[in-house]
Design a protein around this ligand. Structure first.
Ligand code: GLU
Length: 511
């Protein structure tokens, strides 16, 4: 067992975009595999044709790639156990379901959806236990356990639709050994006879998942807690197939909870509460509704990885920022908690801010470039660097780089009227014009010389600092926003500084 080659899989169903909970599952599988020199597999579980969403598989692959997660075997890459898309493996499952039927661990059931719905409604109306197809009810239903063989064979031959259900044994304790939760014991009386094979000739998730984990030699199943209730059924399937000895080890990851801790973070929470819950933007192909993504909101992939690494795993030290290499080195399932972790949108921003601050000037320039192009501005490299030095500290998300710097590249076209009304006093135009005349005379124009001039001017003209600086800022930026006035002036340079005063005053006077 010690030298066992680790093989893990991330097995999403392409039923929509990948929620960050799914990305975290992929990440933990990835870290586990990379740490132990194992193999990471992507398997697309698309046997439920009714829930298939076009574009979802490509979304999953691309968004994981953006996060820096890659696979050794996948539908795109292929591998020794191809195909990796379950819809292309239907013949394989047929063999395995036949085995279960032959061994008496599964049976044919002919009850129609309408009949079953009627039973569900009836149970509800009686206020008793919710109806389920199980060891009790199956005795009274239409299946190959209750009907004489000639009869059910005839039904089949006549083309009557049927499914194959697992025959859950009576009164047994099923034990799931979970690496995170320890032993989870369930009595079979609480399990229902789940459908394993559907009338459309495709297996359900349970059968396909177990058969593929076996065939693909998966050693560890690391997946979300929502699959824990299915684990006893999977354990039974391993037993029925005679694969108990090589059953993968299970690790069910805790839920990611809403910021207030009340329930699982859902796909609707993000946009409702003002943060993304998807790695990249997703447009629902049916409703055309757009769900925001971390990438488009200006998060860096390394920040997203860190946010997710900490939602469930705990390094056991004070270290908060990890490179992927450090995560690989330090990750272990032993340090994954049992309890759900609250998603903290402010902490998410904090992580991004940290990573923004770690970027070099060149990297930040690269992040700013698309915005420059979009606005048709082409600054020199030198100017761009100067701007970045001034604004970088305040950039939390990528768009902040542009939102806090655009006025370096473009003159303001409008001036905030409220600010204007508030700060522009009867003497302001005069002070500013006189100040501009002094600036014109300056030989050396920089932060320090300008600062000295401002001191001198305000003292001799008898105006307060704010009476000069606030209008100057309005003229430079068009509002009361922006970095320190001296930094702003320094980067703009004397000529542009004076130009903005002149054109600004002209425009304001016309108002
Ligand atoms: N197809 C399941 C999903 O969509 C996979 C669960 C598992 O990993 O077993 O999450």
């Amino acid at each position: 067992m010690k030298d066992q080659h680790i093989r893990v899989r991330f097995a999403p169903s392409p039923t929509g975009p990948l929620h960050i909970g799914g990305v975290r599952t992929a990440l933990y599988n990835f870290l586990f595999a990379r740490k132990l020199g194992g193999t990471m597999i992507l398997r697309i579980e698309d046997t439920d044709q009714t829930r298939f969403v076009p574009g979802a598989e490509a979304y999953i692959v691309n968004s994981l790639a953006w996060c820096g997660l890659d696979f050794d075997e996948s539908p795109e890459k292929g591998g020794p156990h191809a195909p990796y898309r379950q819809s292309e493996r239907s013949d394989i499952y047929r063999d395995y379901i036949s085995r279960l039927i032959e061994n008496g661990h599964a049976y044919y059931a002919f009850d129609t959806e309408t009949e079953l719905n009627a039973l569900r409604d009836q149970a509800k109306a009686n206020g008793g236990r919710t109806f389920q197809y199980d060891q009790q009810t199956r005795k009274t239903l239409q299946n190959s356990l209750t009907l004489p063989e000639p009869e059910w064979r005839k039904l089949m031959e006549s083309g009557a639709p049927y499914v194959v259900r697992i025959k859950i044994p009576e009164n047994e304790q099923v034990v799931v050994h979970d690496l995170i939760r320890g032993e989870v014991v369930v009595n079979t009386a609480n399990l229902d006879d789940k459908v394993l094979f559907k009338s459309d000739g495709l297996p359900t998730y349970h059968l396909a998942n177990v058969v593929d984990d076996y065939l693909m030699k998966i050693t560890h199943v690391i997946r979300g807690e929502e699959w824990l209730p299915s684990a006893p059924l999977h354990v039974l399937l391993y037993r029925f197939f005679g694969w108990e000895d090589i059953m993968p080890k299970f690790a069910h990851l805790p839920l990611i909870l809403k910021p207030d801790g009340n329930g699982k973070l859902s796909k609707r929470d993000g946009d409702r509460l003002g943060f993304p819950v998807f790695p990249t933007e997703w447009k629902d192909p049916k409703t055309e509704e757009i769900y925001s993504g971390y990438r488009e909101s200006g998060y860096l992939p390394e920040a997203v990885i860190n946010i997710l690494a900490h939602l469930g795993w705990n390094p056991g030290t004070e270290q908060e920022l990890f490179t992927m290499a450090e995560l690989i080195q330090q990750f272990s399932l032993e340090r994954v908690g049992k309890h759900g972790s609250k998603f903290d949108p402010e902490k998410a921003k904090w992580f991004n801010h940290q990573y923004m601050q770690r970027k070099s000037e060149d990297e930040l320039a690269l992040l700013l470039k698309p915005y420059l192009m979009q606005h048709g501005v082409t600054p020199s490299e030198d100017f761009l660097t100067k701007v970045i030095r001034v604004v970088r500290e305040r950039a939390v998300l990528v768009p902040d780089l542009w939102n806090t710097s655009w006025f370096f590249f473009m003159r303001p076209e409008q001036y905030d009227q409220q600010v204007y009304q508030k700060i522009w006093q009867p003497g302001t135009t005069g002070w500013i014009s006189n100040f501009a005349k002094e600036v014109e005379k300056m030989d050396v124009f920089n932060k320090d010389t300008l600062h000295a001039l401002v001191q001198e001017f305000t003292t001799s003209a008898g105006v307060k600092m704010g009476q000069l600086m606030n209008p100057l800022r309005l003229l430079m930026v068009g509002s009361n926003q922006g970095p320190g006035m001296m930094d702003l002036a320094d980067v703009l340079g004397k000529e542009e500084f004076l130009e903005r005063i002149e054109t600004g005053i002209e425009k304001l006077n016309r108002l």
